[in-house]
Design a protein. Structure first.
Length: 128
């Protein structure tokens, strides 16, 4: 088991995401800001190139195109499968700054069975 939002969790997520099929045009550099966690705020970035995760790590990405900010509780609910990522976005529970078109282009990926299978594997190996 890996601790949620730890460096090991980032590595696990990247490793499992390697199985995601290529999706031309699904590319973005995302910066996440998770507020109010048990260890304080967490910042991490996720780089996606044509559907493939090429980077998923703690820290800042100075080249990020989009910043997504949410509370620890809401992000954890999304990652546990208790809150739909699309619904969280549409309800304003995820604040987006930067190129919102990049986020909109990625939302359909979250409905793919391959994406759901990867999330299930991550959840099984995560200590929330």
């Amino acid at each position: 088991m890996v601790k949620y939002l730890s460096p090991e969790w980032m590595a696990l997520t990247k490793e499992l995401a390697a199985e995601f099929p290529e999706t031309p045009g699904a590319s973005a550099r995302l910066q996440y800001v998770i507020t109010g966690g048990p260890d304080g705020d967490v910042r991490y970035h996720h780089v996606i190139d044509n559907g493939h995760t090429v980077e998923h790590a703690l820290g800042e990405d100075p080249e990020s195109e989009v910043t997504l900010t949410s509370t620890y509780d809401d992000k954890m609910k999304v990652d546990k499968g208790e809150l739909d990522a699309n619904a969280a976005f549409m309800q304003g529970r995820v604040k987006v700054t930067g190129n919102i078109a990049k986020v909109m282009a990625l939302l359909p990926l979250t409905n793919k069975p391959e994406y759901q299978a990867i999330l299930a594997q991550v959840r099984e190996q995560t200590e929330f």
